[in-house]
Design a protein around this ligand. Sequence first.
Ligand code: SAH
Length: 264
Amino acid sequence: MSLDPTLLAAGLPATGHICLVGAGPGAADLLTLRAVRRLAEADVVFYDRLVEPEVVAMAGPRAETVFVGKEVGLHSWPQEKIDAAIVAAALAGKRVVRLKSGDPSVFGRACEEIEAARAAGLPVEIVPGVTAASAAAAQMLRPLTERGQTDRLVIATATCRPGEQPQRLAASLTPGTTLALYMAMHRLHLIRDELLADGIAPDTAIDIVSGAETRRQRMLATRLECVCEDVAAAGIGNPAIVFIRIAKPALAAGLAETARLAAG
Ligand code: SAH
């Protein structure tokens, strides 16, 4: 069951419900107005490790706040426990906000929580947020797509479920692509080796933004062949977005090649 638009316009229903709210990358002023409203109205807020304290503080004064501490490969609350807790609170009539970093729809395990809400017959909605790749690109002042250079944006995670083989990234890196890699830092050396083995040029530019829109923000511009050494030297860690761009061949070079082929 999703929220009726007329109810949404009038504010939230008085009965229990679940809102998956995007907390954005860090800074509270990157929340949407709808996220601010849901937080102010919430009876209980369940939030993740990557949600900054200043965003949690936007919850109303009477709201209970519960840290569910999920982290890559390290879950202090297993997903099923979170699902059960948000459903139990909503069934008790509470307005539940499930506050997730960035956009809940991007690597946010939103499906499980939506399923749990639906199975319990509870209204559920998603309030989108600014995803980390958007925030990172903005901080670098480098758009995610650049006309004539990159006309394809690929958002991918370097981390998959235990036992699953991650997809080879080079397949996504066709000319004209910006690849924004999430959850990549702990596998950076494997990623570098794989990309080099798959023929990606060693001097391919790599940009990394760590802690975008937080007080810990760091940025690094490097190349594929020395990315691991440079990251170690700079002491850059999680959470971070790793950008790999493969520009289109220059138009002039393309035209010259076409002319050369046409000439015979
Ligand atoms: N739903 C989130 C992503 C959660 S997965 C979103 O839309 O942004 C967690 C990963 O997101 C981290 O490992 C990191 O790759 C990225 N991330 C989250 N916050 C970040 C930040 N402030 N700066 C850079 N990367 C971030």
